[in-house]
Design a binder for this molecule. Structure first.
Ligand SMILES: [Zn+2]
Length: 488
């Protein structure tokens, strides 16, 4: 039988604040060299009598993200206790939001196979992160509370996703938006975004929902798409063989590539949500909401279409550039500089998405802090446009500048890459090539036109690639005509 999948996604995103969600402890920007259990205090260690205080900036970031996801910002929203026992949760409950979240009823438009699909967003709410557990080889478990109480934004979709590709497109766009907003680095390896997917399948055409399975431990785009794909196939095969899908929580084993039952939490568990008595309901002043809305930057989808309309660059390039705010900023700065020198925006885009991307990928580095500045790139393109260097020499110069950060002009001089545009010198070079190859010259003069390209190549080689190709062709043409007329 054919099955359709119904998928809802929960994303836990860390957000950039200086301090934790309910205390003044620093939020770790990096797990680097910080010893465990140093960024802790009575509040995030849940010592008796310690009281939480809401982080104002976290609320602003929550609002900002809600706005970017087209949500309604709820002027009254309430923190709630989500009770469960686990070693990474010192209070025995997590402060989260339940029936009155910060933001609700939004959407994101994703594109899959050239079609736009609207994915509704049920809610976006604030909560605190858990501590981190380290499972040692000898069976012991260590706990580090540095992360405990760090602010998290949980973003939950309606079950509007139907394929692993859609899930991936949604997660990717969401990541791009969070990075655009400057609220998350999007660094998946550092756990900046974690996913949980609710997956069910139903016979094609049916409007009833199947039994859903929750998949946890999806911490990369790869795990997310593979886990969802695997679970769709597992459930379809199970139903085909006459089996029944159990409602349960599954883990994802990335190296082995399968889901496995983790716990049947939905049956055994009752989170016993109730309003957090230590935090009064948040009442958001409309003036504050308006001030936050004014912070909202242009978002990737809008920026992509503006890059195509304003600069006339190809849609594909606009998509690549708009996928990263820093890249799009770099492009626009470079294009503005290039305008005075009459450099085409498409040329800037070509060099960025071509050679510069290649260098960045090879070095596994982001555009931020790249030693090739927009000034460098424009100076380089101008050297090509003037004919001072060839396009292939420009690639060499770019990779030098990428390493050393020198000005392109300096590299051109240092490596002697300037093209030969001196006509006398080129004439001499052409004459030398023709004199040294009498057989080919005779063939050409007898009408063998294909030798033409060979001559061009010889002149380029004799000049060690520095001959200006356009001038070379002109001079070669003239010289050959002269030889033809002197022969007859
Ligand atoms: Zn603390």
């Amino acid at each position: 039988m054919e099955y359709d999948a119904v998928i809802g996604l929960e994303v836990h995103a860390q957000i950039h604040t200086h301090t934790k969600m309910f205390c003044a402890c620093h939020v770790m920007k990096d797990t680097g060299d910080i010893p465990p259990n140093t960024y802790v205090c009575p509040v995030c260690l849940a010592l008796p009598g310690a009281l939480p205080v809401v982080n104002r900036r976290a609320v602003e970031i929550g609002m900002l993200t809600g706005m970017a996801l087209h949500c309604t910002i709820n002027t009254t929203n309430v923190f709630a206790r989500k009770s469960y026992f686990y070693p990474d949760l010192p209070k025995g409950y997590q402060i989260s939001q339940y029936d009155l979240p910060l933001a609700s009823d939004g959407y994101l438009d994703i594109e899959v196979d050239g079609e736009t699909r609207r994915i509704r967003i049920r809610r976006a709410h604030l909560e605190e992160d858990t501590a981190k557990l380290y499972h040692l080889d000898d069976g012991r478990v260590q706990v580090d509370f540095n992360r405990a109480g760090a602010p998290l934004l949980e973003i939950v979709t309606e079950p509007d996703l139907h394929t692993a590709e859609e899930v991936r497109a949604y997660a990717t766009l969401l990541r791009t938006i969070l990075v655009y907003l400057g609220v998350n680095t999007g660094d998946m390896e550092k756990g900046m975004m974690r996913f949980e997917a609710n997956v069910s399948v139903r016979p094609r055409g049916s409007t009833l929902f199947g039994t859903r399975v929750e998949i946890k431990n999806l911490n990369s785009f790869r795990s997310l798409t593979r886990g969802v794909e695997y679970e769709i196939q597992r459930q379809s095969a199970l139903l085909d063989s006459g089996g029944v899908v159990e409602q349960e929580t599954m883990g994802w084993n990335e190296s082995a590539g399968y889901t496995y039952p983790q716990r049947s939490k939905e049956h055994a568990h009752d989170y016993r949500y109730f309003p957090e008595p230590d935090i009064p309901p948040l009442q958001l002043d409309p003036a504050w909401i308006a001030a936050v809305r004014a912070e909202l930057p242009e978002l990737p989808t809008e920026r992509r279409s503006r890059l195509t309309t304003q600069y006339g660059i190809r849609a594909y390039d606009a998509e690549l550039l708009a996928a990263d705010r820093a890249l799009a900023d770099y492009f626009e700065v470079a294009v503005k500089m290039g305008q005075e020198l009459a450099l085409a925006p498409q040329d800037v885009a070509n060099w960025m998405t071509g050679e510069l991307f290649r260098l960045l990928n090879e070095a596994n580095r982001p555009i931020t802090g790249c030693r090739v500045t927009p000034e460098h790139l424009i100076a380089l393109l101008f050297l090509v446009q003037k004919g001072t260097i060839s396009a292939s020499a420009a690639k060499k110069v770019l990779s030098e500048v990428f390493v050393t950060g020198e000005a392109p002009n300096t590299v051109v001089k240092r490596l002697g890459l300037a093209q030969m545009s001196d006509t006398d010198a080129l004439h001499a070079l052409v004459a030398q090539v023709l004199d040294q190859n009498p057989i080919q010259l005779a063939q050409y003069l007898e009408g063998k036109e294909s030798v033409w390209g060979w001559f061009v190549g010889q002149v380029m080689r004799a000049s060690q690639g520095k001959a200006n190709p356009t001038q070379t062709r002109e001079i070669l043409q003239k010289s050959l005509e002269q030889r033809r007329s002197s022969q007859s």
